[in-house]
Design a protein around this ligand. Structure first.
Ligand code: UGA
Length: 430
């Protein structure tokens, strides 16, 4: 792509900030990423990447002429024409998003003389843009434009999702600002969709809520399949072939986790409730997701008679494969419940490394799935890591104290697992 390059200050060096910064540098813009965490900045400056995201490290390395990292706001804003807000907006105890990091970025922009636009990439409640606009006006930045540009990248494929998105949503009431953000994306292969700020903010929450709804829906169908003898695998496949419904996000399992779906569905429910509307569908979507984990524990308990004293191997801890991220991971809920039932928790994950926090501080970690399985009374496939398909399950059936396996992701073949000697439970399959 040609055309003039922009100077961009990216605030936040988390998943979103780093991917955004690296991709803009890749597109030829001059980017400074600013974060408040000295360790993170030092690591990035030394050429390391603090998170696991395929392709990101290489992209940062090959763009080092155009991509720098700083702790210093002034340095980040020096000459910057666009400020991208990519800080995290974690849930506060009330369920509303905590916007304190967003506000501290907005406050730090005062006096940024080259700035032409502030762009919100962080996921924020609908209406935040109006408040940011007012704060910019009050800070003497009336001439600086504002746009919402929500992100739709998934962890593990974030770099590809950024450069080849299904759509680029730009929300702004100012034509020049919208064009500037569009220009920044020159070279990105995706359809640009322009709208007002409020709608753009809503697109993000609605998209994640609908994805979560699809998963909770198929999980509910899986439960009905279990009770009636139908196979959810066949059902999901055939349902997904209807082009009006689509095949994606119909994989049943022990429920969705991660840094986005739990937080965003709760934030949308809270946002609606604040207006006096209590959204029944969204509440049910969240409830089904919680139920999925309770049912997994209950089914294991029914099988073993009691969970007390049982040694249970949790295979996979990350909220999905291809990431080391454990935020809102189903594994954490399962580990807590098992410990509360008096089980001994053994665990394995190729990437995720929980700190010495509960429940993980009370769990025994193993270097391989085999180690975690040896001597266990039961195992749960929590994350569908491909390594688990490589396990010799015939061996595992004899190495375990009791060959009981709950496949929480329908990763393995029921007939083969039974032939291997397992009492095999899965989600919605006979
Ligand atoms: C999600 C969305 O997919 C992105 O579009 C969005 O930009 C991102 O949140 C965000 O808001 O930042 P991510 O959380 O990285 O991305 O992960 P997903 O791949 O969507 O998976 C979320 C959870 O749903 C995982 O726990 C996964 O195991 C589960 N899942 C997914 C299912 O149980 N079944 C499925 O069919 C698909």
């Amino acid at each position: 792509a040609d055309g003039p390059r922009q100077r961009v200050a990216v605030f936040g060096a988390g998943y979103i900030g780093l991917v955004t910064g690296a991709c803009f540098a890749e597109l030829g813009h001059q980017v400074v990423v600013r974060d408040v965490n000295p360790d993170k900045i030092e690591l990035l400056r030394s050429g390391d990447v603090p998170i696991y995201e395929p392709g990101l490290g290489d992209m940062i390395a090959r763009n080092k002429e155009r991509l720098t990292f700083t702790l210093d706001v002034r340095e980040a804003l020096d000459g910057a024409e666009v400020a991208y807000v990519c800080v995290d907006t974690p849930p506060s105890p009330s369920g509303d998003a905590d916007l304190s990091r967003v506000w501290s970025v907005v406050q730090s922009l005062e006096g940024a003389s080259h700035l032409r636009a502030v762009v919100m990439k962080s996921t924020v409640p609908v209406g935040t843009g109006t408040r940011v606009r007012a704060a910019l006006d009050a800070a003497g930045l009336r001439h600086v434009g504002y746009a919402a540009n929500p992100e739709f990248t998934a962890e593990g494929t974030a770099v590809r999702d950024f450069l080849h998105p299904d759509r680029i949503v730009i929300g702004s009431s100012e034509e020049a600002t919208a064009r500037l953000v569009e220009h920044l994306h020159r070279g990105v292969d995706g359809q640009v969709v322009m709208m007002d700020v409020l709608s753009a903010e809503m697109v993000k929450l609605a998209s994640n809520a609908l994805l979560a709804t699809k998963i909770s829906f198929i999980n509910e169908i899986a439960t009905v399949c279990e009770k009636t003898g139908a196979d959810v695998g066949h059902v999901a496949r055939a349902v997904g072939l209807d082009h009006r419904l689509g095949p994606h996000f119909l994989r049943p399992g022990i429920g969705w986790g991660g840094s986005c779906f739990p937080k965003d569905s709760e934030a949308l429910r809270q946002l609606a409730s604040n207006t006096g509307y209590h959204p029944p569908l969204l509440s049910a979507v969240i409830e089904v997701n919680n139920l999925q984990k309770r049912r997994a524990i209950q089914r294991l308990k029914d099988e073993l008679g009691t969970l007390e004293g049982a040694r249970v191997a949790l295979l996979g801890m990350a909220f999905k494969p291809g990431t080391d991220d454990m935020r809102e991971a189903p594994s954490t809920v399962l580990a807590s419940r098992l410990l509360a039932e008096g089980s001994e928790v053994w665990c394995w994950d190729p990437l995720a490394r929980p700190g010495q926090v509960q429940p993980w501080a009370s769990a025994v970690r193993h270097a391989s799935p085999q180690e975690a399985l040896e001597g266990a009374d039961a195992a749960i496939v929590v994350t569908e890591w491909p390594q688990l398909e490589e396990v010799d399950w015939v061996w595992a059936a004899t190495a375990m104290r009791r060959p009981v396996l709950f496949d929480g992701r329908n990763l393995l073949d029921p007939a083969r697992m039974r032939a291997a000697g397992f009492t095999y439970l899965s989600v919605g399959r006979p």
